[in-house]
Write a protein that binds this ligand. Structure first.
Ligand SMILES: NC(=O)c1ccc[n+]([C@@H]2O[C@H](COP(=O)([O-])OP(=O)(O)OC[C@H]3O[C@@H](n4cnc5c(N)ncnc54)[C@H](OP(=O)(O)O)[C@@H]3O)[C@@H](O)[C@H]2O)c1
Length: 300
């Protein structure tokens, strides 16, 4: 399965947004500081491809660059492993960083950040909306909307790491909803029975929108802020399953056996602060195009 978005990807050149910001989105960064994507899993390559299209001084890191950074020019590859301090010096000093893996464990985060995360370098950390999960929370049929002012669960190790980076190093924390896109296809999740027609609410974001928002947060976000990242349309899995069954005849083998309410995530803050319009606001349109491009399974 390809890790990197193809060059014919639908990541389009972004249009400047009408905002009070003196720098249009397509304006170059105000400094020539390099930008490093820490981690090359699913989202990292999308950010990298978009940054190349914007002519940003982009570098990509991986713990295994020979295996995971095939599509990156060798001059832009970095071997970086948070768990191996000897690799930390491979990052250019003062680089801007976009951190795409869970910020744990705390001691390692602290040691790395004290070593590497100093102004003027800016730091965007991908967190998760699971930060809002509470043990023993009541199961509501219609859970309340959650914005960035809601309390978070500081017992979660990744939340501790994120909060340390935010409060001590000015990191911007993006609390990200479920990421979907090409090769991360909710129709497949239903087909495989990973999800079923429960009443649980799910919040989703297309990986292309997430990639745009990561770069915009670096350019326009406020240090030390948190931003929810979601398409703003929480949906019940039961409703998604019904729509997917109607459109593609795909039915989950899983029963509606779980009693969870999920969350409803507000995305107003990030869209207004960063002046961004979602490229994939219509979930079923996005699914349609992901399904159309899906590679059929190989039959032996
Ligand atoms: N998937 C979702 O639906 C979802 C939802 C909410 C939040 N998030 C969060 O959003 C972020 C991006 O998600 P994603 O799905 O793109 O993540 P991903 O596919 O797991 O990619 C993260 C990459 O980071 C690198 N990495 C992992 N541990 C590392 C370490 N200790 N040191 C250095 N590099 C390390 C790995 O790349 P190499 O193997 O090449 O080193 C890994 O593939 C993650 O923090 C994730 O937890 C994801």
């Amino acid at each position: 399965m390809p890790r990197w978005p193809e060059t014919r990807t639908r990541i389009g050149r972004s249009r400047p947004q009408q905002t009070d910001d003196p720098f249009g989105y397509d304006a170059p960064m105000t400094t020539a500081r390099p930008l490093v994507i820490l981690g090359s899993g699913y989202t990292g390559p999308w950010i990298y491809t978009l940054a190349l299209q914007q002519s940003l001084p982009i570098l990509a890191s991986s713990r295994a660059p020979d295996r995971h950074l095939h599509d990156v020019d060798p001059s832009r590859r970095i071997r970086f492993d948070l768990g191996e301090p000897s690799t930390w010096s491979a990052l250019p000093p003062d680089a801007d960083l976009i951190w795409t893996f869970p910020a744990t464990p705390l001691e390692q985060i602290q040691a790395f950040a004290q070593h590497r995360c100093h102004p003027p370098g800016r730091l965007v950390v991908l967190g998760s909306t699971s930060a809002y999960d509470k043990e023993g929370a009541p199961v509501d049929d219609l859970p309340p909307w959650i914005d960035e002012a809601q309390p978070i669960n500081n017992k979660l190790p990744r939340v501790q790491g994120e909060e340390y980076l935010r409060t001590h190093h000015g990191a911007m924390i993006l609390r990200v909803a479920g990421i979907y896109g090409p090769n991360r296809n909710p129709v497949e999740w239903i087909r495989q029975g990973r999800v079923g027609p429960t009443k649980k609410f799910v919040n989703l974001i297309h990986v292309e929108d997430l990639a745009h928002l990561c770069l915009l947060a670096l350019q326009r976000g406020q240090a030390g802020e948190t931003y929810n990242v979601s398409d703003g349309h929480p949906r019940r899995w039961a409703d998604i399953c019904a729509e997917v069954s109607g459109r593609w005849g795909v039915v989950s083998p899983r029963q509606a056996d779980r009693n969870e309410s999920g969350k409803r995530i507000r995305n107003h803050k990030i869209l207004t602060h960063l002046g961004y319009t979602l490229r994939h606001p219509e979930f079923y349109h996005a699914l349609q195009s992901i399904e159309a491009d899906r590679q059929p399974p190989i039959r032996l």
